[in-house]
Design a protein around this ligand. Structure first.
Ligand code: BES
Ligand code: MN
Ligand code: MN
Length: 451
């Protein structure tokens, strides 16, 4: 049985110490990236090979307690004031509405600092920690978690040996008011397509009309990847998408999600579908293809009559069950090369897959989810929605497969936090309630009977 009095004491301690927790988050936000000490290790492109450290920590090793592994990432997306932020991205501010604004506040520093605060709150309140905790915090998540997969496989029978279940807080509520638990994510394949022609940038007046232009080739190719309404045109890519069953279709009707909330989160009404269900389905259970940018293209303000010699287009495809990254790679390479051949250009093309991650689905009936659901009811007085998401966290599936344990996504932030965007924020209330939620979840884990 959960000790309700102990939990009430814990909540009070969290409330009383919340200003310290906010300061702690401010300090974390102020570190834009991990700076590796250069030890002179470079790969062939001269890129420093040293990866940021993976932080492993163990708190408690009582054989009578369950062991929960919490994962999070301390790396963040780049951010510049010039991108359009209203305040300096790495100087966290608190708005009058109680929003903690700063890069990484929600993705994913709030949650990882939240776990540490949760431990400290138990100490300050003098409450026994209900589980053994294993921590795994990494600094390469936003770059495909390079290096982590190997570590997990290597340590599966060592450091991770006694783990009973995994909890990841690196996602968001569907909307602004109702908590959720997330049991699925899309995978991702990220690509670079380089087109090269002349040995150097040229004057477009002198050479325009007489040489094959890399940028023209690339734009033609890009236009053949996806339609403006989101349909992927690459031959075969949609073939492995799992069929929508009646039961799955029914499930969408019960979710609390509104297009108008989504419109306010994205500050526009430019959604492709005019209803909630199709919008969620295309976010969660259908693939998508996004064009991200073009390296080497002239993108500064002003006008320069230049003919770029080499351009590198970047795009990614989000994968869903039952798509496989290797199969998608084959299809993408073949399609791009076939389409390029049709252009009759004398330029050269190269296609590179930067990282691939499979989609992930977990069993939401597992005791890990039951404990989290009970914890949500304790803190928010409502049952959480069960959701999937469109983003990707490569290690969810790695943990699930390598440790053979259930993985749960337990969000701290809201749907409008603006991860990867300008003015990323975490509401103070989500931060504080989130720390209580983490605590309640661990206490619920300790008291659940079914294995
Ligand atoms: N926290 C996100 C993943 C996420 C996004 C979960 C939306 C739920 C909803 C994570 O930090 C992220 O941005 N992941 C990258 C991974 C990629 C670089 C391999 C992503 O999804 O683009
Ligand atoms: Mn994240
Ligand atoms: Mn992210």
């Amino acid at each position: 049985m959960v000790n309700d009095t102990a939990l009430e004491t814990l909540y009070k301690t969290v409330d009383q110490n919340q200003d310290d927790y906010v300061e702690r988050l401010r300090e974390a936000v102020a570190i834009p990236r991990y700076e590796a000490r250069d030890i002179g290790c470079h790969d062939m492109d001269g890129v420093n090979l040293q990866l940021p450290p993976i932080i492993l920590g163990t708190y408690g090793n009582d054989p009578n307690k369950k062991t929960i592994l919490v994962y999070g990432h301390y790396d963040v997306q780049p951010a510049l004031l010039e991108d359009g932020w209203d305040s300096k991205p790495f100087d966290m501010i608190e708005t009058p509405k109680g929003q903690l604004v700063g890069r990484g506040a929600s993705d994913d520093k709030g949650p990882i600092i939240g776990w540490l605060n949760c431990i400290e709150a138990h100490q300050n309140a003098d409450i026994e920690f209900p589980v053994n905790l294993k921590i795994c915090f990494e600094g390469m998540e936003e770059n495909g978690s390079e290096g982590l997969e190997e570590l997990i496989s290597k340590e599966a029978d060592k450091y991770f040996k006694d783990v009973d279940a995994v909890c990841i807080s690196d996602n968001y509520w569907l909307g602004m008011t109702k908590p959720c638990l997330t049991y699925g994510l899309r995978g991702i394949c990220a690509y670079k397509v380089a087109i090269s022609g002349p040995g150097k940038d040229l004057h477009s007046g002198v050479f325009g009309g007489t040489v094959h232009e890399p940028m023209t080739d690339l734009i033609h190719l890009f236009s053949k990847l996806v339609t403006p309404s989101g349909k992927i045109l690459i031959t075969g890519v949609n073939d492995d998408v799992a069929l929508l069953t009646d039961a799955e279709n029914q499930m969408y009707k019960s979710l609390e999600f509104s297009l108008s909330e989504l419109h306010s989160a994205i500050e526009s009404k430019t959604t492709i579908f005019d209803n909630e269900i199709e919008t969620l389905q295309h976010r969660w259970r259908y693939p998508s293809l996004t064009l991200h940018g073009i390296e080497g293209a002239f993108s500064s303000p002003g006008f320069k009559t230049v003919l770029p010699a080499k351009v590198t287009g970047k795009f990614s495809i989000r994968l869903v069950p039952n798509m496989d990254p290797n199969r998608v790679n084959e299809l993408v390479e073949k399609y791009l090369k076939d389409e390029f051949a049709k252009l009759g250009s004398k330029n050269t093309i190269s296609v590179e897959c930067l990282h691939g991650a499979k989609p992930w689905i977990a069993n939401p009936n597992h005791w890990n989810y039951v404990a989290a659901s009970n914890a949500v009811e304790r803190i928010f007085k409502c049952k959480p929605d069960l959701t999937r998401e469109g983003g990707s966290i490569p290690v969810t599936l790695t943990f699930q497969d390598a440790l053979n344990k259930n993985v749960l996504l337990l969000p701290m932030g809201r749907g409008d936090d603006g991860a990867h965007s300008i003015n990323e924020k975490l509401d103070r209330s989500n931060y504080v309630q989130g720390i209580k939620l983490f605590g309640a979840y661990l206490h619920e884990i300790a008291s659940c009977k079914d294995e």
